[in-house]
Design a binder for this molecule. Structure first.
Ligand code: GDP
Ligand code: IMO
Ligand code: MG
Length: 423
C-alpha cells in the first residue's frame, strides 16, 4: 500500500477519519491535501473520542503527519488541536505544515458569516469557518501564507495591506465591524511563535518518504459531491477533495499515487443546503438521524439523511478513479425492515439514467428510482468478518459491488475503531 488516497465518495462525513485511523496502522506518513477546519473527523478509541479538524487523523496512531500546501490553516484551531493532543499524551513533534498553505484570517471568518447572512434563502449553509473567502484570496493572489509567520515584519505588512481593503468591504458592503491592525498583528505574531517549528517544505518530506518505499496515506476532507469542480455547485466547498488533487495538494506527481479508496456510508447524509435526490421523506429521516447520530462534528447541525444513492456513488467512482470502497455505518441499517437503494434517476423528460446528470437543472429535477432490498434486523456487533454478516446484509454489500463494479473491501459495523470488517 505505497501511496493511497482516502476520499469521501458522497457529501462528507462518511467516516474517512476512522478509515484513515485503521490504515494508518500500516502507514509511515499521513497527509491532508485540501480543506481546513470545515472538516470534522471523528475517531473513537474505547472511551476516548477524538474530533479532529485540522490535523491528519494519523496523529491518533502517533504517525508523522503533513498538512499540505492545498490546505487552509486556521492557526487558532491548529494550535488548539496541537495543545489538546499534547495534553492527552500524544507527541506532536512529527507534525509538518507546508509553508505554502494559506492562513485563515479573522476577516475570512467574518466575511463567510456576513455573506451567508446576506444570501438569506440562497445561503450555501457553509460551516462559517472562513474557508471560501480564504481560498478566494488565494486565487486572487492576495492571501497570507503559513510561511509568512516566519517573518514578523512581513506578516504585519501583509495584514496591514489586507486590512486596508477587507475593512472597507466589511463596513460598507456587509455593515460589519472592522478589524484593528495592532490587535490582529499581535494575535498572529503569537500564533507565529507556536507554529514556526512546524513549518517546512512538506513536498520534500512526502517525496523522500515515497522514494524510500514508505507507505503514505492522503486523507481527503469533505467529499466528491462537495468538490468545487465536480460537486453540486454552488452547494460545494471551495477546494478539490477529489483524489487527483492529492498530488497537487501535497506537491507530488500524479503517477506516484497507487490506490484510491472511496469511503461511503451505507446510506447518505448531507449538511447544508443543496439538492439531495435520495433524501428520505417522513419519519425514517429522523430515525436514521438518531440511530446514526447524524449531527455535525464542527457545527452541531442536523445532517439530512437519505437512502444509498448509487447514481451519485457511481459518479464518485468515476471522477476519483476509486478502486476499492469502504462502506461505513452498515450497522445503522439493522433497524430498517426494507432498504430502498437509488439505482437510477428519472429525468424531466421521463428518461431514466444510471449516470449522474451533467447539467444542474437536470440534477435538481431528478427523481430517485429505488430498488428495495430486504433488511436484516440483527445487530452486527458480533461479526468478526464479512462472512459472518447476516445473509441480507451480505447481499446488500454485494448489490453495491455489482452495481458499481468495485470491490467493497471494508465494512463499518460501529463507531469504535475496532468495529470494521475487512476483506
Ligand atoms: P468524516 O468526516 O468522514 O471523518 O466522518 P465524521 O467523523 O464526521 O462522521 C462519521 C461519524 O460516524 C463519526 O461520528 C464516527 O464515529 C461514526 N462512524 C464511523 N464509522 C462508523 C460505523 O461503521 N458505524 C457507526 N455506527 N458509526 C460510525
Ligand atoms: P468532513 O471532512 C460535511 C459542507 C458545508 C456546506 C458546504 C460548504 O468532515 O467530511 P464550507 O464551510 O466548506 O465553505 O461549506 O460544504 N461541508 C461539509 N459537509 N462534511 C464536511 O467535512 C464538510 N465540510 C464542508 O456544510 O454545505
Ligand atoms: Mg466529518
Amino acid at each position: 500500500m505505497p501511496a493511497t488516497v482516502i476520499v469521501g465518495a458522497q457529501w462528507g462525513d462518511e467516516g474517512k477519519g476512522k478509515i484513515v485511523d485503521l490504515l494508518a496502522q500500516d502507514s509511515d506518513l499521513v497527509c491532508r491535501y485540501q480543506g481546513g477546519p470545515n472538516a470534522g473527523h471523528t475517531i473513537v478509541v474505547g472511551e476516548e473520542t477524538y474530533k479532529i479538524r485540522a490535523l491528519p487523523s494519523g496523529i491518533v496512531r502517533g504517525k508523522p503527519c503533513v498538512i499540505g500546501n492545498g490546505c487552509v490553516v486556521d492557526p487558532e484551531v491548529l494550535i488548539g488541536e496541537l495543545d489538546d493532543f499534547e495534553r492527552r499524551g500524544h507527541s506532536v513533534d512529527d507534525v509538518h505544515v507546508s509553508g505554502n498553505a494559506h492562513l485563515i484570517m479573522p476577516w475570512h471568518v467574518a466575511i463567510d458569516q456576513a455573506s451567508e447572512r446576506r444570501l438569506g434563502n440562497l445561503a450555501i449553509g457553509t460551516t462559517r469557518r472562513g474557508i471560501g473567502p480564504c481560498y478566494a484570496d488565494k486565487a486572487m493572489r492576495i492571501g497570507i501564507r503559513v510561511q509568512d509567520v516566519l517573518d514578523p515584519k512581513i506578516l504585519r505588512q501583509k495584514i496591514e495591506v489586507a486590512l486596508a481593503e477587507k475593512n472597507l468591504w466589511l463596513e460598507r458592503v456587509y455593515d460589519a465591524e472592522p478589524f484593528d491592525l495592532d490587535t490582529v498583528a499581535s494575535q498572529y505574531e503569537s500564533y507565529a511563535q507556536r507554529l514556526r517549528p512546524f513549518v517546512t517544505d512538506t513536498s520534500l518530506i512526502v517525496d523522500r518518504a515515497l522514494r524510500n518505499g514508505k507507505a503514505v496515506l492522503f486523507e481527503g476532507a469533505q467529499a466528491t459531491l462537495l468538490d468545487l469542480d465536480h460537486g453540486t455547485y454552488p452547494f460545494v466547498t471551495s477546494s478539490n477533495p477529489v483524489a487527483a488533487n492529492a498530488a497537487t495538494g501535497v506537491g507530488i506527481g500524479p503517477q506516484r499515487i497507487d490506490n484510491v479508496i472511496g469511503v461511503a456510508k451505507a446510506y447518505v447524509t448531507r449538511v447544508g443546503e443543496g439538492p439531495f435526490p435520495s433524501e428520505i421523506a417522513g419519519g425514517d429521516q429522523k430515525r436514521m438521524r438518531e440511530l446514526g447520530h447524524e449531527y455535525g462534528t464542527v457545527t452541531g447541525r442536523s445532517r439530512r439523511c437519505g437512502w444509498l444513492d448509487l447514481v451519485a456513488l457511481r459518479y464518485a467512482v468515476r471522477v476519483n478513479g476509486i478502486d476499492r470502497l469502504a462502506l461505513t455505518k452498515l450497522d445503522v441499517l439493522s433497524h430498517f425492515p426494507d432498504l430502498p437503494v437509488c439505482t437510477r434517476y428519472r429525468l424531466r423528460d421521463g428518461a431514466e439514467t444510471a449516470d449522474f446528470p451533467a447539467h444542474q437543472s437536470d440534477f435538481h429535477a431528478a427523481e430517485p428510482v429505488f430498488e428495495t432490498l430486504p433488511g436484516w434486523r440483527e445487530p452486527l456487533d458480533g461479526c468478526g468478518s464479512l462472512e459472518d454478516l447476516p445473509g441480507a446484509a451480505r447481499r446488500y454489500v454485494e448489490f453495491v459491488e455489482r452495481e458499481l463494479e468495485v470491490d467493497v473491501t471494508l465494512v463499518g459495523t460501529g463507531a469504535d475503531r475496532a468495529a470494521v470488517l475487512s476483506r
